[in-house]
Ligand binder design. Structure first.
Ligand code: GTP
Ligand code: MG
Length: 299
Protein backbone atom coordinates (compact mmCIF):
# COMPACT_ATOMS: atom_id res chain seq x y z
CA UNK A 1 0.00 0.00 0.00
CA UNK A 2 1.55 3.26 -1.02
CA UNK A 3 0.83 6.16 1.25
CA UNK A 4 0.15 8.93 -1.19
CA UNK A 5 -1.38 11.88 0.63
CA UNK A 6 -1.27 10.03 3.93
CA UNK A 7 -4.11 7.71 2.86
CA UNK A 8 -2.76 4.84 4.87
CA UNK A 9 -2.46 6.95 8.02
CA UNK A 10 -6.09 7.94 7.62
CA UNK A 11 -7.10 4.33 7.09
CA UNK A 12 -5.10 3.43 10.17
CA UNK A 13 -6.86 6.13 12.15
CA UNK A 14 -10.17 4.54 11.13
CA UNK A 15 -9.06 1.30 12.74
CA UNK A 16 -7.83 2.97 15.89
CA UNK A 17 -10.82 1.85 17.98
CA UNK A 18 -9.77 -1.73 17.40
CA UNK A 19 -6.04 -1.25 17.54
CA UNK A 20 -6.18 0.66 20.82
CA UNK A 21 -8.12 -2.24 22.35
CA UNK A 22 -5.69 -4.84 21.09
CA UNK A 23 -2.29 -3.18 21.18
CA UNK A 24 -2.51 -2.29 24.89
CA UNK A 25 -2.31 -5.99 25.72
CA UNK A 26 1.18 -6.47 24.39
CA UNK A 27 3.19 -4.74 27.07
CA UNK A 28 5.64 -6.00 29.70
CA UNK A 29 8.27 -8.69 29.47
CA UNK A 30 6.30 -11.80 30.33
CA UNK A 31 3.35 -13.55 28.79
CA UNK A 32 0.96 -14.10 31.68
CA UNK A 33 -1.52 -16.96 31.32
CA UNK A 34 -4.36 -14.46 31.60
CA UNK A 35 -3.14 -12.69 28.46
CA UNK A 36 -4.48 -15.46 26.23
CA UNK A 37 -8.01 -15.25 27.60
CA UNK A 38 -7.99 -11.49 27.55
CA UNK A 39 -6.75 -11.51 23.97
CA UNK A 40 -9.41 -13.96 22.85
CA UNK A 41 -12.10 -11.81 24.41
CA UNK A 42 -10.85 -8.70 22.67
CA UNK A 43 -10.55 -10.42 19.31
CA UNK A 44 -14.19 -11.48 19.60
CA UNK A 45 -15.17 -7.92 20.51
CA UNK A 46 -13.25 -6.68 17.48
CA UNK A 47 -15.71 -8.65 15.26
CA UNK A 48 -13.52 -11.66 14.55
CA UNK A 49 -16.17 -13.92 15.97
CA UNK A 50 -15.69 -16.69 18.52
CA UNK A 51 -14.58 -19.46 16.25
CA UNK A 52 -12.01 -17.51 14.24
CA UNK A 53 -10.61 -15.91 17.43
CA UNK A 54 -10.14 -19.30 18.99
CA UNK A 55 -8.66 -20.87 15.83
CA UNK A 56 -6.26 -17.98 15.38
CA UNK A 57 -5.02 -18.24 18.94
CA UNK A 58 -4.65 -22.00 18.61
CA UNK A 59 -2.33 -21.39 15.67
CA UNK A 60 -0.30 -18.90 17.68
CA UNK A 61 -0.14 -21.24 20.68
CA UNK A 62 1.60 -23.87 18.57
CA UNK A 63 4.62 -21.60 18.70
CA UNK A 64 4.17 -20.96 22.40
CA UNK A 65 7.56 -22.33 23.41
CA UNK A 66 9.33 -19.81 21.20
CA UNK A 67 7.27 -16.84 22.34
CA UNK A 68 9.17 -15.19 25.17
CA UNK A 69 7.51 -11.78 25.40
CA UNK A 70 4.14 -10.23 24.56
CA UNK A 71 5.88 -8.59 21.60
CA UNK A 72 6.86 -12.01 20.24
CA UNK A 73 3.28 -13.11 20.65
CA UNK A 74 2.09 -10.04 18.78
CA UNK A 75 4.48 -10.68 15.89
CA UNK A 76 3.28 -14.28 15.61
CA UNK A 77 -0.35 -13.18 15.82
CA UNK A 78 0.18 -10.75 12.94
CA UNK A 79 1.83 -13.40 10.85
CA UNK A 80 -0.95 -15.92 11.45
CA UNK A 81 -3.65 -13.30 10.81
CA UNK A 82 -2.06 -12.25 7.52
CA UNK A 83 -1.91 -15.90 6.46
CA UNK A 84 -5.71 -16.11 6.69
CA UNK A 85 -6.20 -13.89 3.65
CA UNK A 86 -6.65 -15.61 0.30
CA UNK A 87 -4.19 -14.44 -2.34
CA UNK A 88 -5.20 -11.41 -4.41
CA UNK A 89 -6.35 -11.96 -7.99
CA UNK A 90 -3.94 -11.22 -10.79
CA UNK A 91 -5.70 -8.22 -12.18
CA UNK A 92 -5.66 -8.49 -15.93
CA UNK A 93 -6.81 -5.36 -17.68
CA UNK A 94 -6.40 -6.74 -21.19
CA UNK A 95 -10.10 -6.86 -22.06
CA UNK A 96 -11.54 -3.76 -23.61
CA UNK A 97 -13.87 -2.80 -22.17
CA UNK A 98 -13.02 -4.23 -18.78
CA UNK A 99 -16.44 -4.47 -17.15
CA UNK A 100 -16.94 -4.22 -13.40
CA UNK A 101 -20.33 -5.17 -11.98
CA UNK A 102 -20.88 -3.66 -8.55
CA UNK A 103 -23.35 -5.33 -6.19
CA UNK A 104 -24.44 -5.29 -2.56
CA UNK A 105 -27.25 -4.55 -0.12
CA UNK A 106 -28.90 -1.14 0.24
CA UNK A 107 -26.66 1.60 1.46
CA UNK A 108 -23.49 -0.51 1.55
CA UNK A 109 -21.58 2.17 -0.34
CA UNK A 110 -21.72 0.86 -3.92
CA UNK A 111 -22.24 4.18 -5.69
CA UNK A 112 -19.65 5.99 -3.60
CA UNK A 113 -17.13 3.19 -4.18
CA UNK A 114 -17.78 3.45 -7.93
CA UNK A 115 -17.06 7.18 -7.78
CA UNK A 116 -13.80 6.51 -5.93
CA UNK A 117 -12.77 3.79 -8.37
CA UNK A 118 -13.56 5.86 -11.42
CA UNK A 119 -11.39 8.63 -10.08
CA UNK A 120 -8.47 6.22 -9.61
CA UNK A 121 -8.88 4.72 -13.07
CA UNK A 122 -9.17 8.13 -14.65
CA UNK A 123 -6.02 9.25 -12.92
CA UNK A 124 -4.30 6.23 -14.44
CA UNK A 125 -5.29 7.41 -17.89
CA UNK A 126 -8.24 5.08 -18.44
CA UNK A 127 -11.38 6.10 -20.28
CA UNK A 128 -14.18 5.26 -17.85
CA UNK A 129 -17.91 4.86 -18.35
CA UNK A 130 -20.39 4.65 -15.48
CA UNK A 131 -23.63 2.86 -16.16
CA UNK A 132 -26.71 3.47 -13.99
CA UNK A 133 -28.41 0.09 -13.72
CA UNK A 134 -29.95 1.15 -10.42
CA UNK A 135 -33.18 2.25 -12.08
CA UNK A 136 -35.36 1.80 -9.04
CA UNK A 137 -35.17 5.44 -7.96
CA UNK A 138 -34.56 8.53 -10.08
CA UNK A 139 -32.34 9.82 -7.27
CA UNK A 140 -30.00 6.87 -7.68
CA UNK A 141 -29.45 7.72 -11.34
CA UNK A 142 -28.88 11.40 -10.48
CA UNK A 143 -26.43 10.45 -7.76
CA UNK A 144 -24.30 8.43 -10.17
CA UNK A 145 -24.58 11.12 -12.83
CA UNK A 146 -23.38 13.82 -10.48
CA UNK A 147 -20.41 11.68 -9.48
CA UNK A 148 -19.61 11.08 -13.16
CA UNK A 149 -19.69 14.85 -13.79
CA UNK A 150 -17.62 15.61 -10.71
CA UNK A 151 -14.95 13.04 -11.51
CA UNK A 152 -15.15 13.78 -15.24
CA UNK A 153 -15.99 10.35 -16.66
CA UNK A 154 -18.69 9.08 -19.07
CA UNK A 155 -22.20 8.18 -18.01
CA UNK A 156 -25.10 6.15 -19.47
CA UNK A 157 -28.63 5.43 -18.29
CA UNK A 158 -32.04 4.58 -19.71
CA UNK A 159 -33.98 6.41 -17.04
CA UNK A 160 -36.03 5.50 -13.99
CA UNK A 161 -38.05 2.28 -14.13
CA UNK A 162 -36.16 0.81 -17.09
CA UNK A 163 -35.03 -2.81 -16.99
CA UNK A 164 -31.64 -2.88 -15.22
CA UNK A 165 -30.44 -5.72 -17.44
CA UNK A 166 -31.27 -3.64 -20.53
CA UNK A 167 -29.34 -0.69 -19.07
CA UNK A 168 -26.34 -2.92 -18.42
CA UNK A 169 -26.53 -4.38 -21.94
CA UNK A 170 -26.75 -0.94 -23.55
CA UNK A 171 -24.03 0.45 -21.32
CA UNK A 172 -21.54 -2.31 -22.11
CA UNK A 173 -22.36 -2.11 -25.81
CA UNK A 174 -21.91 1.66 -25.77
CA UNK A 175 -18.61 1.28 -23.95
CA UNK A 176 -17.43 -1.29 -26.47
CA UNK A 177 -18.37 0.82 -29.47
CA UNK A 178 -16.92 4.03 -28.11
CA UNK A 179 -13.47 2.99 -27.01
CA UNK A 180 -13.99 2.90 -23.26
CA UNK A 181 -11.37 1.01 -21.26
CA UNK A 182 -13.53 0.46 -18.20
CA UNK A 183 -17.28 0.19 -17.78
CA UNK A 184 -18.53 0.21 -14.20
CA UNK A 185 -22.12 -0.85 -13.61
CA UNK A 186 -23.98 0.43 -10.58
CA UNK A 187 -26.85 -1.75 -9.40
CA UNK A 188 -29.71 -1.16 -6.98
CA UNK A 189 -29.12 -2.20 -3.40
CA UNK A 190 -30.95 -5.43 -2.72
CA UNK A 191 -31.58 -7.58 0.26
CA UNK A 192 -29.85 -10.88 -0.26
CA UNK A 193 -32.95 -12.61 1.10
CA UNK A 194 -35.19 -11.34 -1.74
CA UNK A 195 -35.27 -14.15 -4.28
CA UNK A 196 -36.59 -12.16 -7.26
CA UNK A 197 -33.98 -9.44 -6.79
CA UNK A 198 -31.21 -11.99 -6.69
CA UNK A 199 -32.63 -13.52 -9.88
CA UNK A 200 -32.54 -10.05 -11.45
CA UNK A 201 -28.87 -9.83 -10.58
CA UNK A 202 -28.18 -13.13 -12.32
CA UNK A 203 -29.96 -11.79 -15.39
CA UNK A 204 -27.86 -8.60 -15.38
CA UNK A 205 -24.73 -10.74 -15.13
CA UNK A 206 -25.80 -12.98 -18.04
CA UNK A 207 -26.77 -10.09 -20.27
CA UNK A 208 -23.43 -8.36 -19.75
CA UNK A 209 -21.79 -11.52 -21.11
CA UNK A 210 -24.00 -11.31 -24.17
CA UNK A 211 -23.07 -7.69 -24.79
CA UNK A 212 -19.39 -8.51 -24.51
CA UNK A 213 -18.08 -12.07 -24.33
CA UNK A 214 -16.09 -12.71 -21.14
CA UNK A 215 -17.62 -9.77 -19.26
CA UNK A 216 -18.04 -8.87 -16.48
CA UNK A 217 -14.33 -9.22 -15.78
CA UNK A 218 -14.97 -8.30 -12.16
CA UNK A 219 -17.91 -8.74 -9.84
CA UNK A 220 -17.23 -6.44 -6.93
CA UNK A 221 -19.30 -7.02 -3.80
CA UNK A 222 -19.45 -3.96 -1.58
CA UNK A 223 -19.95 -4.64 2.12
CA UNK A 224 -20.62 -2.19 4.91
CA UNK A 225 -17.91 -2.72 7.51
CA UNK A 226 -20.22 -1.54 10.29
CA UNK A 227 -22.68 -4.37 9.55
CA UNK A 228 -20.50 -6.94 11.36
CA UNK A 229 -21.76 -10.51 11.14
CA UNK A 230 -24.54 -9.45 8.72
CA UNK A 231 -21.98 -8.48 6.12
CA UNK A 232 -20.70 -12.03 6.23
CA UNK A 233 -24.12 -13.62 5.71
CA UNK A 234 -24.87 -11.19 2.86
CA UNK A 235 -21.62 -12.03 1.16
CA UNK A 236 -22.34 -15.76 1.24
CA UNK A 237 -25.73 -15.36 -0.46
CA UNK A 238 -24.52 -12.89 -3.10
CA UNK A 239 -21.64 -15.17 -3.92
CA UNK A 240 -24.02 -18.08 -4.42
CA UNK A 241 -26.12 -16.01 -6.85
CA UNK A 242 -23.22 -14.83 -8.98
CA UNK A 243 -19.57 -15.60 -8.33
CA UNK A 244 -18.00 -12.62 -6.63
CA UNK A 245 -14.43 -11.97 -7.73
CA UNK A 246 -13.46 -9.21 -5.29
CA UNK A 247 -14.64 -7.52 -2.12
CA UNK A 248 -14.72 -3.90 -1.03
CA UNK A 249 -15.36 -3.05 2.60
CA UNK A 250 -16.63 0.46 3.31
CA UNK A 251 -17.05 2.69 6.33
CA UNK A 252 -13.99 1.53 8.19
CA UNK A 253 -13.76 5.15 9.34
CA UNK A 254 -17.00 4.83 11.33
CA UNK A 255 -18.02 2.53 14.13
CA UNK A 256 -16.74 -0.54 12.28
CA UNK A 257 -14.59 -2.90 14.26
CA UNK A 258 -11.86 -3.79 11.86
CA UNK A 259 -11.82 -7.50 12.68
CA UNK A 260 -14.71 -8.14 10.32
CA UNK A 261 -12.34 -7.73 7.38
CA UNK A 262 -10.28 -10.69 8.56
CA UNK A 263 -13.34 -12.77 9.30
CA UNK A 264 -14.94 -12.21 5.91
CA UNK A 265 -11.72 -12.88 4.05
CA UNK A 266 -10.94 -16.06 5.91
CA UNK A 267 -14.46 -17.49 5.75
CA UNK A 268 -15.30 -16.59 2.17
CA UNK A 269 -11.89 -17.02 0.59
CA UNK A 270 -12.65 -14.12 -1.77
CA UNK A 271 -9.86 -11.58 -2.22
CA UNK A 272 -10.27 -8.33 -0.35
CA UNK A 273 -9.58 -5.66 -2.93
CA UNK A 274 -10.51 -2.24 -1.54
CA UNK A 275 -11.18 -0.53 1.72
CA UNK A 276 -13.36 2.58 1.92
CA UNK A 277 -12.80 4.93 4.82
CA UNK A 278 -14.81 8.05 4.05
CA UNK A 279 -17.43 9.65 1.85
CA UNK A 280 -15.16 11.52 -0.54
CA UNK A 281 -13.78 10.32 -3.84
CA UNK A 282 -10.25 9.90 -2.53
CA UNK A 283 -11.23 7.81 0.47
CA UNK A 284 -10.37 4.40 -0.94
CA UNK A 285 -7.23 2.32 -0.58
CA UNK A 286 -6.16 -0.88 -2.25
CA UNK A 287 -6.27 -3.55 0.38
CA UNK A 288 -2.95 -4.87 1.57
CA UNK A 289 -2.97 -7.62 4.20
CA UNK A 290 0.30 -6.68 5.86
CA UNK A 291 -0.71 -3.05 6.17
CA UNK A 292 -4.09 -4.08 7.51
CA UNK A 293 -2.64 -6.42 10.10
CA UNK A 294 -0.20 -3.71 11.14
CA UNK A 295 -3.02 -1.18 11.46
CA UNK A 296 -5.37 -3.36 13.42
CA UNK A 297 -2.92 -4.71 15.99
CA UNK A 298 -0.54 -1.80 16.44
CA UNK A 299 -1.45 1.70 17.51
N1 GTP B 1 -18.18 7.17 6.49
C1 GTP B 1 -18.30 6.56 5.31
N2 GTP B 1 -19.44 6.69 4.64
C2 GTP B 1 -19.55 6.07 3.45
C3 GTP B 1 -18.50 5.28 2.90
N3 GTP B 1 -18.92 4.81 1.71
C4 GTP B 1 -20.18 5.26 1.54
N4 GTP B 1 -20.56 6.02 2.59
C5 GTP B 1 -21.86 6.70 2.80
O1 GTP B 1 -22.86 5.71 2.90
C6 GTP B 1 -24.07 6.19 2.34
C7 GTP B 1 -24.53 5.21 1.27
O2 GTP B 1 -23.60 5.22 0.22
P1 GTP B 1 -23.97 4.87 -1.28
O3 GTP B 1 -22.72 4.86 -2.04
O4 GTP B 1 -25.08 5.71 -1.75
O5 GTP B 1 -24.48 3.39 -1.04
P2 GTP B 1 -25.18 2.42 -2.09
O6 GTP B 1 -24.74 1.05 -1.75
O7 GTP B 1 -24.95 2.90 -3.46
O8 GTP B 1 -26.71 2.61 -1.66
P3 GTP B 1 -28.03 2.18 -2.48
O9 GTP B 1 -27.78 2.52 -3.91
O10 GTP B 1 -29.11 2.97 -1.85
O11 GTP B 1 -28.18 0.72 -2.25
C8 GTP B 1 -23.77 7.58 1.78
O12 GTP B 1 -24.16 8.53 2.72
C9 GTP B 1 -22.24 7.56 1.63
O13 GTP B 1 -21.70 8.85 1.71
C10 GTP B 1 -17.29 5.14 3.67
O14 GTP B 1 -16.32 4.46 3.31
N5 GTP B 1 -17.25 5.82 4.86
MG1 MG C 1 -26.29 3.34 -4.96
Amino acid sequence: MTDKGGLFSRFKRGLKKTSSQLSSLFTGNHIEDSLWDELEERLILADLGASLSSDLLEQVKRKRAALKTPQHLLAELKEQAAALFPPANDVEMSAKPHVILVIGVNGAGKTTTIAKLSKQYKKNGKKVLLCAADTFRAAAIDQLKSWADRVGVGFTSLGEGSDPAAVAYEGVTYGKNNGYDIVIIDTAGRLHTKHNLMEELKKINRVIGKANAGSPQEVLLVLDGTAGQNALSQAKVFNEAIPVTDLAITKLDGTAKGGIVLRIASELRIPMRYVGFGEQEDDLVDFNKDAYVEAIFTE
